[in-house]
Design a binder for this molecule. Structure first.
Ligand code: SF4
Length: 437
C-alpha cells in the first residue's frame, strides 16, 4: 500500500550498537567489539495505523522499539515525530514529547511498581505532566480504569492482586492517561495465556478506534501481528528483511526468512507439519553478523553459483558444512565423531571412508552429490580432514562453494505496491526471479 498521507513517525537509518565487554586481553590490546543490535532501520508509521514488527528473539525488535523513544540512546539515525527530530531533542523537550508517544512493556508482572496502588500507577503520568490534580485526577483515573475494562474499586488495590491480563490492562490505562497519539507495544501479550491474549488485542483495537491511536506492535508471534497490524515489518539481525501490508506479507511472494516464520504458525491440528520449513543453525551473533545477506547462513533458497547442478538441499548442506568448518568450534564436532567411534582423539582414528560416511550423514549429503565438481571438492575436504589438516579442509570447501548471497547485501526491492523484500532473488539482475505480485 503506497501512502500519500504524512507519516506521524518517520525513522531513518536508526542504529544501535553496543560495546561488548570483551576479555582482559582485548582490553589491554585496546580492542573492542560491537553488538550490532539494530543496523540502519527505516520505517514510517501513519496516523491511525498499526505497524507490526516481527522476528525471532535476538533479532533486535525490543532494542529498535526502545531506541525509537530514546529509552536507550541510538548510535545513529533520526526519529521524527510530526517532523520534529526526537534524537536531537533536549531532555526537557523529550520528556514532553514522551507524553505523545507512550510505551507498553512486555512483562505486566515487572513493569508495575508493586508498592503503588493501581490508582497511583495510573495517576503517576498525570502528576509528571501536570495534567490533573485532586478531584479531577481521581475522576480521570476512574475513567481510565473503566476504559480498559477494570473498575473504580480496583484503584485502591496493589498490582499483585491482579491476573496477568488485568495487569496489562493497568499498563494500558497508564499509557492512555496522558492522551498519547502513538503507543509502542513491546510484546504486549506474549506473557499472557492464549485465552487472555485475544481480549487484550481486542481492547487495543477498540482503543485505537475510540482515540485514533497509532501503534507499533512488537511480537515474535506472527499470528499476533496478523490479527492486529495493517502493515508488517519482518526483522532479521537488526535489519528489515520484508515490509508490506499485512495481507501482502502473509501471502506470496515472500522473503525466505518470512516464509519460514509463516510456515511455523501453529495449525489447529497439533500433528500437522504440512510444509513447515526448518531453518538450519541458530540466529548468528550480532557481534559478527554474516557478510552479504545476513540470512545466507540459514537460508533454504541461498543462491547457487552459475552452472551448478546440485539440488538445493545438497547446496544448503554443503554451505552448512562450510560454515561449520569456519567456526572455531567446528573441529570439536569432527573430533567428537571420531571419539564416539572408539575413544581415541582426532578424526585420524576413523578410516577415511568411515569419516566420509559420518560427515555425509551429519550433513545429510548423498555419496556422490549430484555435481561432479562439487563432489570432488567435498572429497578433497574430507581427505584433508582425515589428514588432520583443517586449514586445507576449509580451503577446499571455501574455494569451491561460494554463493552471491555471501558477497552482496541486498537492498529492499519493491515487489508490489508498498511491498519490499531484501533478497537477491527479487533483484533485477537475477534471471529466475520469482513472480512478483
Ligand atoms: S539474498 Fe540469498 S541468502 Fe539472502 S534471503 Fe535471498 S536467497 Fe536467501
Amino acid at each position: 500500500m503506497s501512502d500519500t498521507r504524512e507519516p506521524i513517525l518517520e525513522v531513518e537509518g536508526l542504529t544501535k550498537y553496543y560495546e561488548s565487554g570483551g576479555g582482559v586481553v582485548d582490553t589491554l590490546l585496546g580492542r573492542s567489539q560491537e553488538v550490532k543490535a539494530v543496523d540502519g532501520v527505516d520505517l514510517e508509521l501513519y496516523p491511525g495505523e498499526t505497524l507490526g514488527i516481527v522476528g525471532e528473539s535476538g533479532c533486535g525488535k525490543t532494542t529498535l522499539a526502545q531506541a525509537l523513544l530514546r529509552l536507550i540512546e541510538p548510535t545513529a539515525g533520526t526519529v521524527r515525530y510530526r517532523g520534529e527530530d526526537l534524537t536531537a531533542a533536549s531532555d526537557d523537550r523529550l520528556r514532553s514529547l514522551r507524553k505523545d508517544i507512550q510505551y507498553i512493556f512486555q512483562d505486566p508482572f515487572s513493569s508495575l511498581n508493586p508498592r503503588l496502588t493501581v490508582g497511583d500507577i495510573v495517576g503517576e503520568p498525570l502528576d509528571i505532566h501536570g495534567i490533573a490534580a485532586g478531584e479531577a485526577r481521581t475522576r480521570r483515573i476512574d475513567d481510565l480504569l473503566e476504559t480498559v475494562g477494570l473498575s473504580q474499586r480496583h484503584a485502591h488495590r496493589y498490582p499483585h492482586e491482579f491476573s496477568g491480563g488485568q495487569r496489562q490492562r493497568i499498563g494500558i490505562a497508564r499509557a492512555l492517561a496522558v492522551d498519547p497519539e502513538v503507543i509502542v507495544c513491546d510484546e504486549p501479550v506474549s506473557a499472557l495465556d492464549v485465552s487472555v491474549q485475544a481480549q487484550i488485542l481486542n481492547l487495543l483495537e477498540d482503543l485505537q478506534d475510540e482515540f485514533g491511536l497509532s501503534y507499533i506492535v512488537i511480537a515474535h508471534d506472527l499470528s499476533v501481528v496478523e490479527h492486529i497490524a495493517d502493515r508488517v515489518g519482518v526483522l532479521y539481525l537488526g535489519e528489515f528483511a520484508e515490509m508490506g501490508a499485512t495481507g501482502d506479507v502473509f501471502g506470496p511472494p515472500h522473503h525466505p526468512y518470512a516464509e519460514a516464520l509463516l510456515s511455523a504458525i501453529p495449525e489447529p491440528d497439533p500433528g500437522w507439519e504440512g510444509d513447515r520449513i526448518f531453518l538450519s543453525g541458530e540466529v548468528p551473533s550480532p557481534l559478527d553478523p554474516p557478510d552479504g545477506c545476513r540470512f545466507h547462513t540459514r537460508c533454504p533458497k541461498v543462491i547457487q553459483p552459475e552452472g551448478s547442478s546440485l539440488s538445493q538441499s545438497e547446496w544448503r548442506s554443503l554451505l552448512d558444512l562450510k560454515q561449520r568448518l569456519r567456526d572455531a568450534d567446528a573441529l570439536e564436532s569432527v573430533t567428537a565423531v571420531a571419539e564416539s567411534d572408539g575413544g581415541a582423539a582426532g578424526p585420524a582414528h576413523l578410516s577415511r571412508s568411515a569419516l566420509g560416511e559420518r560427515v555425509r550423514e551429519e550433513f545429510d549429503l548423498p555419496s556422490p552429490v549430484s555435481d561432479d565438481e562439487a563432489e570432488s571438492a567435498l572429497s578433497e575436504s574430507i581427505d584433508r580432514l582425515h589428514d588432520g589438516d583443517f586449514d586445507a579442509a576449509r580451503a577446499a570447501i571455501d574455494d569451491a562453494f561460494e554463493s552471491p548471497c555471501e558477497r552482496t547485501d541486498p537492498p529492499l526491492y519493491a515487489v508490489g505496491d508498498g511491498h519490499r523484500i531484501a533478497c537477491l532473488l527479487y533483484g533485477e539482475d537475477y534471471p529466475d526471479a520469482p513472480e512478483r505480485a
